[in-house]
Design a protein around this ligand. Structure first.
Ligand code: ZN
Length: 216
C-alpha cells in the first residue's frame, strides 16, 4: 500500500468518518508492506500483509481482458487525468497496469482478480509502483474518505455499494457501472451502451441552500 494513499482510507464501520492510524513493521519504497491500521473511534484493526490491506474475507471476481482497447475505453469512461485518484473495483483491476501506462494517475484496486493480487503480493513492480494500493475484503461500505476520488469503476454493484460509491466521488467525479445496475441518487447519466453506463456526480450544494432558504 503506497503510504500516501493511507490518508484516504477510513474505518468502514458505522460511525463518523475516522482516519486509520498505521503502525508499520515493514516498509519499502514508500509502501507499507507489513502493518496494522487501527481505528481510534471503534478500536477495529485491519492488517496490511504483503502490501495489501485486508478489511474482510477475500472476494473473488472475474478478470477482464487487459487489451489496449479495453484500457482506452476505461480511460475514456473514467476521464482519467494525471495525478487523479481512481478506484478500480473487482475485474476492472485487471486494467490497472494498462491504464497507468496511458495516464500517470493514482489507482486503488478493490478486490482485484487473484492474478492481479498475487502479482502485487509478490513484490514485483506493479505493487510497489508509487500511487497504487490494493484493498481486499471490501463490504457494502467503502473504507475510503468522502469526496476523495476522481473516478470509480464498479464491478460488484450491490445497491448499497453503488449508493455509497457516490459519496467517495469529488464534484464532477465519474462513476462507471454495469448497464443492468440502476443509477444511484446524486449522479447524472452521461452515456451508456449494452455493457456499462457512465455518470458524473452532480453538486448538491445548490439544492441544500435552496432547501434552507425555503425553511427560513
Ligand atoms: Zn471504526
Amino acid at each position: 500500500m503506497f503510504v500516501e494513499l493511507i490518508d484516504r482510507l477510513r474505518c468502514p464501520h458505522a460511525h463518523a468518518d475516522t482516519w486509520l492510524v498505521a503502525a508499520a513493521t515493514r516498509t519499502a519504497h514508500r509502501h507499507l508492506i507489513e502493518a496494522t491500521l487501527g481505528c481510534p473511534e471503534c478500536g477495529a484493526e485491519f492488517e496490511i500483509r504483503d502490501g495489501e490491506v485486508w478489511f474482510g474475507a477475500r472476494v473473488e471476481c472475474v478478470a477482464m481482458p487487459a487489451t489496449e482497447l479495453t484500457a482506452m475505453r476505461a480511460a475514456a469512461l473514467l476521464k482519467l487525468e494525471e495525478r487523479g485518484l481512481y478506484l478500480l473495483d473487482g475485474g476492472w483491476g485487471s486494467l490497472a497496469g494498462a491504464l497507468r501506462e496511458i495516464v500517470d494517475a493514482d489507482v486503488i484496486l478493490a478486490d482485484p482478480p487473484s492474478a492481479v493480487a498475487s502479482e502485487s503480493a509478490s513484490g514485483s513492480a506493479p505493487a510497489l509502483s508509487a500511487g497504487q494500493g490494493t484493498l481486499l475484503g471490501i463490504g457494502n461500505r467503502w473504507p475510503i474518505a468522502s469526496a476523495s476520488l476522481h473516478g470509480l469503476a464498479l464491478d460488484r454493484a450491490t445497491p448499497e455499494r453503488t449508493a455509497d460509491a457516490v459519496r467517495l466521488l469529488r464534484a464532477g467525479g465519474r462513476l462507471v457501472a454495469p448497464a443492468r445496475v440502476a443509477l444511484p441518487a446524486g449522479v447524472r447519466e452521461l452515456a451508456r451502451d449494452d455493457r456499462h453506463w457512465v455518470a458524473e456526480t452532480v453538486g448538491n450544494v445548490v439544492g441544500l441552500r435552496r432547501a434552507k432558504w425555503r425553511a427560513e
